[in-house]
Design a binder for this molecule. Structure first.
Ligand code: NAD
Length: 390
């Protein structure tokens, strides 16, 4: 056995620990940029609490509240302008993946020439001038609080891509489940399923190492057990805490391994149809991905099937793997996410273009079975219109 494991983010995990944010931010200087979505009545108490904590630590805070789900180049570059004007020494992303990723990309764009889009993984790397990033997660989904990834969309080209570099790992992350109790069921389900996908795809990825595998299977088990509880009662702090841990473990596993085919497809769907939330895009394609891949990684799919349904323990690996797509479908039904592309008004005529876009990022190449362009289109067609059993 031989592998490397690298994880530079300091993790502060636990109920009420957002209280430490002010002291954390002070380590990097007294001027900071708080990056969030626009305030809503639901988010107002959370924002007020964070601002109070920052003020108590004597910080001068500029608040950029222009984050949008599936953040765009324009929304990030606007935040970077504010960061420069205010002369901040750190950037705090408070929110879900959209806010944390915006904070990461702002930390790059504020200190480098050009736009955040110039620092995508296949262009030039962000340097150590990148401002220190502090992530405070309020969804249990993306793992962004512990990853080197910032996802950005260019609405002009309908392309969703990413900055991917160790300089965008947050310096510190605070994961406080108390911040997650206000999540509505729809976001709880979509983000929770994202955790499941990260973890499972990491186990399939050729770069997955024994630590990543350990984290990933633990995360999958927690999602299957705890996501229904968090959905049944959003105020169930034990379930929220377990999902927050699963999310962080999923983040560790993708940061060290990577994701595969469904994420490549999900990114393309989000880029072309930004109204489809990231976790929902994954839910749309997952059953067909499982059907397409299960015989190419039988032990993985058999293990997943047995976690989803204990009665699979008595079946052979091949039978359990074959049953996995149906079990994933049932799980999606149970969390209200059995959906098709046509539920979001995706024009059927655009499926060939979408199939091409699914192959822009390298994720699909890490799948145990690599799809051709025509197979990709077939996967999309099969994910277009789905029926939910009554
Ligand atoms: P999100 O950040 O877009 O948030 C979804 C919605 O939930 C928003 O309207 C937000 O305001 C609301 N919300 C967030 N926290 C809330 C709370 N506690 N209470 C009430 N409402 C709340 O959703 P997300 O799924 O966390 O992030 C998705 C983005 O992250 C996508 O752009 C995706 O591509 C990206 N992503 C990044 C990584 C990474 O490693 N950087 C990994 C996966 C996905």
């Amino acid at each position: 056995m031989s592998f490397n494991y690298y994880q530079p983010t300091e993790l502060i995990f636990g109920r009420g620990r957002v209280q430490e944010l002010g002291q954390v931010a002070r380590r990097f200087g007294n001027r900071t940029l708080l990056v969030t979505v626009a305030e809503t009545p639901v988010l107002a108490p959370q924002f007020a609490r964070v601002k109070r904590v920052l003020a108590e630590a004597g910080l001068e805070v500029a608040h950029y509240d222009g984050v949008i789900p599936n953040p765009t180049v324009g929304s990030i570059d606007a935040g970077a302008r504010l960061a420069r004007e205010f002369g901040v020494q750190s950037v705090i992303g408070l929110g879900g993946g959209s806010s944390m990723d915006s904070a990461k990309a702002i930390a790059v764009a504020a200190t480098h020439e050009g736009s955040c889009w110039d620092y995508l993984f296949y262009k030039q790397p962000p340097t150590e001038r990148t401002l220190p990033i502090i992530a405070v997660s309020t969804t249990s989904g993306t793992g962004s609080q512990v990853t080197q990834v910032a996802v950005i969309t260019d609405p002009g080209t309908r392309d969703k891509s990413a900055i991917y570099h160790s300089n965008v790992y947050p310096k510190v992350s605070i994961v406080d489940p108390e911040l997650m109790v206000s999540l509505p069921p729809s976001v709880t389900a979509a983000t929770g399923f994202d955790v499941f996908c990260h973890a499972f795809e990491a186990t399939l990825h050729p770069n997955c190492n024994p630590l990543g595998r350990l984290f990933a299977w633990e995360a999958i088990g927690r999602v299957i057990e705890q996501l229904p509880k968090a959905l049944a009662d959003g105020g169930d702090l034990a379930a929220r805490e377990s999902m927050a841990l699963a999310d962080t473990l999923g983040g560790y596993s993708i940061a060290s391994a990577g994701v595969t085919l469904p994420h490549g497809m999900g990114m393309a769907i989000g880029g072309m149809y930004p109204k489809v939330a990231h976790g929902v895009a994954l839910a749309i394609v997952y059953p067909e991905f499982v059907r397409f891949t299960c015989q190419s990684a039988v032990p993985h799919f058999a293990r997943l099937a047995r976690l989803l349904n204990a009665s699979m323990a008595s079946e052979s690996d091949v039978t359990a793997a074959e049953a996995c797509a149906g079990l994933v479908e049932s799980f999606l039904v149970s969390i209200g996410l059995r959906l098709g592309l046509n539920d979001f008004g995706v024009p059927e005529a655009e499926l060939p273009a979408l199939a091409k876009q699914c192959m822009v990022l390298p994720d699909y190449e890490g799948n145990p079975r690599v799809a051709t362009l025509s197979e990709m289109e077939s996967l999309l067609r099969a994910s277009y219109s789905v029926s939910v059993p009554a």
